[in-house]
Structures are given as C-alpha cells and as structure tokens.
Ligand binder design. Structure first.
Ligand code: KIV
Ligand code: ZN
Length: 510
C-alpha cells in the first residue's frame, strides 16, 4: 500500500493574498465546495483575526463543506487562537493552524524575541489551541532559513505541546530542492517525537522552485503538502496543487505515495478559480494550460498519431479535460442548459436555470458557438453576481484618430430597482476606456487609482466574450471588479462599476 500524502489547500487563505485574487463570501463558498469535490484533505479557509470579513468567510465555509478539515490561521497569541476557534468550531473537522517565525532574521528583526522566548511562545500557543481541539498544526514561519538544530527543538516543542502536524515552510521561496530535501530528512532523523506528528511543507515560488521543493520534501518524508490551485499566492505564489498532484501520480513508481485527489476534477477546479478571480490560465501553464496537450511540431504529431505515449505522459481525460457531450447553441432548451451547468459542476435551482437560460439565449444570438467557458462565465455573471447598488444603464463611446479626443457618454442608476435615480454625464479620456472610466468616476463621485486592468478573450474567435478584471484603490481600500461581455469597452465599464460597488462595500466593512 502506497503511503498517503495529505493535500492541504490554501487557495482561500495564502492564495487570496495574491494581488487581484480577492474573493467575496459567495465566491469563497463556491470555491470551497469545488475543493471538496476535488478531494482535498484540508481547506485553509482564511485568517479569522485579519478582519470581520475573513472571520465570516471562515465561519461560512466551515458550515458549507462536510468532508475536508477546515483550518483557520492564527498567530501564536491567545487572542488570535480564540478568534480562530470561534470561526471554525462549527466545522465537522476543525483545525487550528498556529504560526510563529523561527529564523534568526525574523526572530530578531520582526518579533524582537530570542530563540528561547520563541520556544516558550510555541509551547504556550499550541497548548492553548489544544484546549479547543486535538487537531492543531504548528507552522515554523521561515523554517527554510532557520537553524536546523533550532528547528529540531521547535518541532519537538510543538509536538510535545500537542501539535499533530508541524509545517516547515519555505516562506520566502529561497530554498532549493536538494537543500530542502536535506532539511526535511534532517528533521525526520533528528526530531525525537517525529512519529507523533505529520511533517508538512509549504513552498513559495519566488525562484520558481515551489513545486520541485514540495516534491523533494515529500521524497524526504513529508506527508502533508500545502498548495494552491493554479499556484496563486503571496508574491510569486505557492506550489500549484495540480502540478504537485500530477507529478506524484505520473511518477508513482518514484515517489511511492498517493493522495485523495480526484484528478478528473483538476481542470474544472482550475477553470472555476480562473473564472472567479478573473485571471486567465496562461496557455503554457503546466497540466492545465491550453497548450499542455497541444502537439504543434510535425514530428510530435506524427509520433502521437502512431502511439500517444511517444509524447504524452498523461491523458487529458485524467485531469478532466474531456470532449463534453452537451453542445449549447441557439436552439438548446432549458433542460440542456441545466445539464450543461451540472456537467460544469453547478447545481442550480429552477429560478437560477431560468436566469441562465435567458443569458445563454442572448449570447447565442450574438455568437456562433457557445463554449463551456462562456456558459461558466454566464453562470458567475448572471446567476451568482450580487446585486450592485449602482448599475450601468447605457453608454456610448467615441474613439478616433483625429483631433477630437476619445469621449464617452454614460448613464447609470443608483438605488433599488424600480425607484432608482438615473444620472448621466460625458467625459473625455486618453482612450475610449479611459473616457468611460472617467465618466463613471464622476457619476459615482469617487476617483480611485486604477492599479491594474486586464482583458482576455474567454474563448477563441473575434466574437469571443471579453473578460475584464480591474483592481482599484481609494483611501487605502482596494477592490477588484470583473465582467464579461462581447464588447470589450462595455465589459470594461461593467467591471469598473462592479469594482466601485465592491469598494463601497469594503469601506463599510472597514
Ligand atoms: O508562507 C508561510 O510561511 C505561511 C505560513 C503562515 C504557513 O503562509
Ligand atoms: Zn505562505
């Protein structure tokens, strides 16, 4: 029997710290449900002390999913631990995840503590967490830059105090596979009570080594791997779940371990996250990028036609890339639309099916082929999107190359539908999108800083939906807005209106 490696998914915590990956409560719950279907063992749902929004999200995820353990992150102080427990206590399988830095540089400059003081804090924090649950993970932040013998003491203290998982993260993405292997092996050989806990790894991708480091650590004996879908996360991101899992699966004879991941749910999970956060999957992304199974060169194509194994080390079907059976078009009925939604992993009620059916019909009138990505974009846009307080009613833009600068006229409504106040204005801009944005700013009465603007075609073809994501900042509060539309200027305007609605909400919560 192959040994089990536990998959700890932190898409909703470390992943959400990735610039532009902010999710609202409903989006987090939808992603958590997909992670459950994917078969992850642990979902890190958030950092409850960070904000009221985080607390509520962790609480809601704890109530929404059944099988996976739900972890909440907290610093090694009692107030944090108490708040974390409050958020996760209703979960079927709660886990408190306590962390404290253990490298010289962090202890001295960040914490202002000596090694001995840190050891006392670890002991106290883990014992405090153990009063609530037997499922306590301790993370030695910046472990990969910590002194190995000190790290042995850290692990022994945490395990002695009751931690059943000890995580040794490469917090700054600094280590290299053979070094990390040696470090984990050193811990396996020298931590006297290592048999009473699972050693876990958590790698960041600053040097592009997160997946390789995670695999090296598993080879050295780590039996929990912390990762995120699509590798999103703080700075350059975390180890990508899909890469780690498919490496372990494809090279089973090398690693001799197995996970509980349903690999056929890998692609649907990546697509769902990409749609929710409005971040396209890069075409050359390992495992799930559009080119991952595309053979361009003649020699490769010839080989694959003769025998797929010549150039294919895994099948598209093994990650859930299948030729779906239901084709959606102009003439599809609501039954087919419901089935398609189910095929994509969404179970919709009657009202939601009706909303989606109408949106699909509208799109099919404008677009030759409606792809799965289109249907998923419509589900997120028309079925799940929260009602905005102010909405775009109409717009027209002028874009030219002559003396008249680009300008836009915009009509918006404010307040509840039916009794909303309608306002209109027009503005010039550097380009048509800039002009629309400025007219929206003047109607809403806010001039945010536009931190990022991305546009991508949801599918192929010049009639493809344009998916736009904007990130704005105002008075120290950030918000992300997303929208899809066949017209890129309209998609941009809708994304900006969405971002401004979210900004207002975020300010209220603050
Ligand atoms: O990177 C890191 O060290 C972390 C810990 C909080 C686990 O995210
Ligand atoms: Zn991290």
């Amino acid at each position: 029997m192959a040994e089990r490696v536990y998959v700890f998914d932190t898409t909703l915590r470390d992943g959400e710290q990735s610039p532009g990956a902010t999710m609202n409560l409903d989006e987090k719950i939808r992603m958590a449900r997909q992670l459950e279907t994917l078969g992850v063992d642990i979902i890190e749902a958030g950092f409850p002390i960070a904000s009221q929004g985080d607390f509520e999200a962790v609480q809601a995820i704890a109530a929404a999913v059944e099988k996976p353990q739900i972890a909440g992150l907290c610093r090694a102080v009692t107030g944090d631990i108490d708040r974390c427990w409050e958020a996760i206590k209703e979960a079927r399988h709660p886990r408190i995840h306590v962390f404290l830095a253990t490298s010289e540089i962090h202890m001295k400059h960040k914490l202002g503590k000596t090694g001995d003081e840190v050891i006392v804090m670890i002991d106290k924090a883990v014992r405090h967490a153990r009063q609530y649950t037997e499922n306590v993970e301790f993370s030695a932040e910046d472990a990969s830059r910590s002194d190995w013998d000190f790290l042995v003491k850290v692990c022994e203290t945490a395990i002695e105090a009751g931690a059943n998982v000890v995580n040794v993260p490469d917090t700054v993405g600094y280590t290299q596979p053979f070094e990390y292997y040696d470090m984990v092996k050193y811990l396996m050989d020298n931590v006297s009570n290592v048999d009473k806990a699972v050693i876990s790894v958590h790698c960041h991708n600053d040097l592009g080594s997160a997946v390789a480091n995670s695999l090296a650590a598993i080879r050295a004996g780590a039996r929990q791997v912390e990762c995120t879908v699509l590798g999103i996360g703080e700075r350059a991101g975390n180890a990508a779940l899909e890469d780690v899992v498919m490496a372990l699966n494809t090279r089973k004879e090398l690693y001799g371990v197995e996970t509980g991941i349903v690999t056929e749910q890998i692609f649907p999970s990546c697509r769902r996250l990409s749609q929710i956060i409005g971040m396209p999957i890069p075409p050359n992304k390992a495992i799930v990028g559009a080119n991952a199974f595309a053979h361009e060169s003649g020699v490769h194509q010839d080989g694959v036609l003769k025998n797929r194994l010549t150039y294919e080390i895994m099948t598209p079907a093994s990650i859930g890339l299948t030729n779906n059976e239901i084709v959606i078009g102009k003439h599809s009925g609501s039954h087919a639309v419901r089935k398609k939604a189910e095929e994509l992993g969404y179970s919709l009620d009657e009202d939601q099916v009706n909303v989606l059916f109408k949106a699909v019909k509208d799109l099919a009138d404008k677009k030759e082929q409606v792809f799965d990505e289109d249907v998923e974009a419509l589900i997120l846009e028309s079925v799940y999107r929260r009602k905005d307080r102010f909405r775009l009613v109409d717009m027209s833009v002028f874009s030219g190359t002559g003396d008249v600068p680009p300008h836009a006229a915009t009509v918006m409504e404010f307040g509840a539908e039916g009794e909303a106040e309608v306002k209109r204005t027009s503005n010039f801009g550097e380009g048509s999108i800039d002009a629309v944005f400025h007219s929206i700013y003047s109607l809403v009465g806010v001039s945010p800083k536009l931190e990022s603007y991305t546009v991508n075609a949801v599918t192929e073809g010049s009639d493809a939906l344009a998916g736009v994501a904007v990130r704005i900042e105002h008075d120290g509060v950030k918000a992300v807005g997303r929208a899809n539309d066949g017209d890129v200027v309209k998609a941009s305007a809708l994304a900006m209106v969405n971002a401004l609605n979210r900004l207002e909400k975020a300010k209220e919560e603050k």
